[in-house]
Design a protein around this ligand. Structure first.
Ligand code: ZN
Length: 359
């Protein structure tokens, strides 16, 4: 009996110590391995998410915790300006979510961007205004005027889910006159390529033509982990000079972004090519026989590169697996430089990044 009592006492003591330590640490943040390129840091960002302050189901501070656990650097809470279904219970305050989430973002070392979603029928559809000063003074009955009001606050404006079937029944994004006018006046700065589980491949040619940022966002209304079990949410990779709000904004207006989701990257050819180069390293041949030499390709990123259309003398198609070493056989006498397309790096509609590798 005495023995049991002593053990229980120890247990209580251990429990007390554990609870005490728990106040100073929290759950771990995941690391997303996408290398920096050309002296830029790679910021992982979700610029489109909802809370109870519009039609989302969660409290703003919870959005910060989710984003932090997912390994993001940047989050924009973008509650609708026009659609507030909870307003009988939650006050209609367009700046509240940002204010509430700011403290938690500071504690989590997450860059929180003050933002809102302008929610209109098509055209122009839905657009996010990021980096706003005061979301409460943006609304106007007129679509164009509303977007202009956001831009006057220095906002970066991106067009959301341009092929969303509720607004564009065939699912194919189209540039209407108002979009052309907005583009001509610099009032659209980016377009979503990935939104939730949809993607819009034909927007890449507009991004190239008008020099726009290619964007990927979750547009989550419920709980992130319910939708993305073993994968990560859609995110925008921004190549910024520093991990600061100012550098982030500069990089976005310079269109140094890629869309990333489901092991697929989409956007500018020069950026895709640099991410590929920064991710892999190739060994010298470490073994050979009369017909082949063997090399190792090390991939330090989370992206498994799907190589297709290989040149003569090497595998026509193979995968350079993520965070792994892949062995490649090279036929002797077939040269030192070989070419492939990377099927999961999209530069345009059904267009892939073309790479050549020296061995
Ligand atoms: Zn939305």
């Amino acid at each position: 009996m005495q023995k049991i009592y002593i053990n229980m006492k120890k247990t209580f003591l251990l429990l007390a110590i554990t609870l005490f330590s728990a106040a100073f640490v929290s759950a771990q943040k995941k690391i997303i391995n996408i290398p920096g390129i050309s002296g830029y840091v790679t910021l992982k960002c979700d610029f489109h998410i909802h809370t109870v302050f519009s039609d989302g189901n969660v409290w703003p501070a919870y959005r910060v915790d989710e984003a932090w656990k997912d390994g993001l650097d940047v989050l924009a809470i973008t509650d609708h300006l026009e659609y507030l279904p909870h307003k009988d219970y939650i006050p209609a305050d367009h700046n509240a979510a940002f204010k509430i989430a700011s403290q938690r973002a500071a504690e989590r070392n997450l860059i929180l961007i003050h933002s809102t979603e302008i929610t209109r029928s098509m055209p122009p559809g839905h657009l996010n205004a990021l980096f706003v000063e005061d979301a409460a003074t943006i609304y106007d009955e007129d679509d164009y005027k509303t977007i202009e009001n956001a831009a006057k606050q220095g906002a970066f404006i991106h067009w959301n889910h341009p092929g969303w079937k509720a607004q564009e029944p065939d699912g194919i994004p189209k540039l209407y006159d108002i979009h052309k006018k907005l583009l001509a006046n610099g009032l659209i700065n980016g377009i979503e390529f990935f939104n939730y589980n949809e993607y819009y491949p034909n927007i890449l040619e507009w991004c190239e033509e008008y020099d726009l940022a290619v964007i990927a966002n979750s547009d989550e209304h419920g709980i992130i982990s319910e939708n993305y079990g073993h994968t990560t949410r859609p995110m925008t990779l921004v190549f910024a000079k520093e991990r600061t709000r100012e550098s982030l904004k500069e990089a976005m207006f310079d269109s140094r972004t890629l869309a990333y989701f489901n092991n697929t990257l989409a956007g500018r050819e020069d950026l895709l090519s640099k991410v590929f180069e920064a991710s892999i390293s190739i060994s010298k041949p470490y073994y050979e026989n009369d017909n082949y030499s063997w090399v190792e390709i090390t991939n330090d990123s989370d992206v498994s590169f799907k190589m297709i259309n290989g040149s003569e003398g090497v595998a026509d198609g193979f995968t350079i697996a993520a965070n792994a070493v892949t062995t490649l056989m090279i036929k002797k006498g077939s040269g030192k430089t070989f070419e492939w397309d990377v099927e999961n790096m999209l530069t345009g509609y059904e267009e892939y990044l073309h790479v050549s590798i020296d061995f």
